[in-house]
Write a protein that binds this ligand. Structure first.
Ligand SMILES: Nc1ncnc2c1ncn2[C@@H]1O[C@H](COP(=O)(O)OP(=O)(O)OP(=O)(O)O)[C@@H](O)[C@H]1O
Ligand SMILES: [Mg+2]
Length: 299
């Protein structure tokens, strides 16, 4: 079988993993997690949305920021990106207060800052703008006390939108698809994370690497997991998300997998991932919200 890594300078090199995913945070600091990988279609949005909804069901207050002009996180939550009013574009380009761009979702505890296709222009419009890398961080500053955690879904690029996300975040989660050339481009991502960490955001850390779309029937999937583990021996999440039709179907119903099919393998995997993530981020447990139930009403 051909190696899953290409002999190219943009491939992550072994040893790039310093072995710490110490997301320990000073008391009161709200974790801000960016889901990033400039490779397209690796599961960034699926992971961000399912994490957000799962955390909301656990009683956390979450802000999900859709920082991708494709607006897939927005539509995955059942919100029509063509009809949203204010969006992340207005925040980044026109410095609209973030609080005015929040869309409520019908999930208790889960707020969204939506994206619209206009965001595609932001990369160019911001080029000459002052504080262009820190606009999201600045916008978030006053709003953090409202939330237990902020999640940012990044676009498949390493441009200004991803740099804004990495500058605002304390934590990066890197979804990697169990496919050929999975590691390609990861070197660039890690270099970008290092540059942002050194220049703009010292607390930034890679909290973990999540393998997605694992197909147990293929040797390739197992091979890719082994290869990625070699590069990130200390940072891989123990959970591996299986390839699952139910996971791919859920967004078309505007639902997360834990809503669409809570007993599916995909839902189980994302619940396990969220368990790991909350542990790594030291998120204190919150009481689950009381749900309407008729149980116990009968004499
Ligand atoms: N575990 C999975 N099993 C099957 N399909 C999946 C799984 N995870 C994601 N998908 C599907 O694969 C596609 C790409 O996933 P997703 O949109 O989450 O990736 P992405 O990294 O956000 O993509 P982009 O880079 O374009 O933003 C989507 O159609 C999604 O529904
Ligand atoms: Mg996406």
């Amino acid at each position: 079988m051909a190696s899953v890594t290409a002999a190219s300078p943009v491939v992550a090199q072994p040893g790039h993993d310093p072995g710490s995913h110490d997301a320990a945070r000073p008391r009161g600091v709200v974790p801000i997690v960016a889901f990033a990988n400039q490779k397209g279609g690796v599961g960034k949005t699926t992971t961000a949305v399912n994490t957000a909804v799962s955390l909301a069901q656990r009683g956390y207050r979450i802000l999900l920021i859709d920082a991708d002009p494709q607006g897939n996180a927005t539509s995955s939550l059942g919100i029509d990106k063509l009809t949203v009013g204010r969006s992340i574009y207005d925040v980044l380009v026109d410095r609209l207060p973030l609080s005015e761009a929040i869309e409520s979702t019908d999930r208790p505890g889960l707020d969204l800052v939506a994206s619209t296709p206009t965001l595609a222009g932001a990369e160019i419009e911001l080029v000459e703008a002052g504080g262009r890398e820190t606009r999201l961080r600045d916008a978030l500053a006053g709003l953090l006390p409202r939330y237990d955690i902020v999640l940012i879904d990044c676009p498949p690029s390493l441009g200004l939108l991803t740099v804004n996300a990495l500058t605002a975040a304390r934590s990066v989660v890197v979804p990697i698809q169990c496919e050929f050339l999975a590691l390609e481009g990861l070197g660039q991502l890690m270099t970008t994370v290092d540059l942002v960490k050194r220049g703009l955001n010292p607390p930034l850390d890679v909290t973990g690497v999540l393998m997605t779309m694992f197909d147990a029937r293929t040797r390739l999937s197992a091979h890719v997991v082994a290869e990625v583990r070699r590069y990130f021996p200390h940072r891989m999440f123990g959970t591996v998300v299986p390839r699952s039709v139910r996971l791919a179907e859920a967004p078309s119903y505007g639902q997360a997998i834990v809503e669409y099919d809570p007993s599916s393998r995909g839902a189980e995997a994302y619940e396990a991932f969220v368990n790991e993530l909350t542990t790594r981020l030291h998120l204190p447990p919150r009481p689950r919200p009381v749900r309407e139930s008729t149980e116990g009403d009968h004499p």
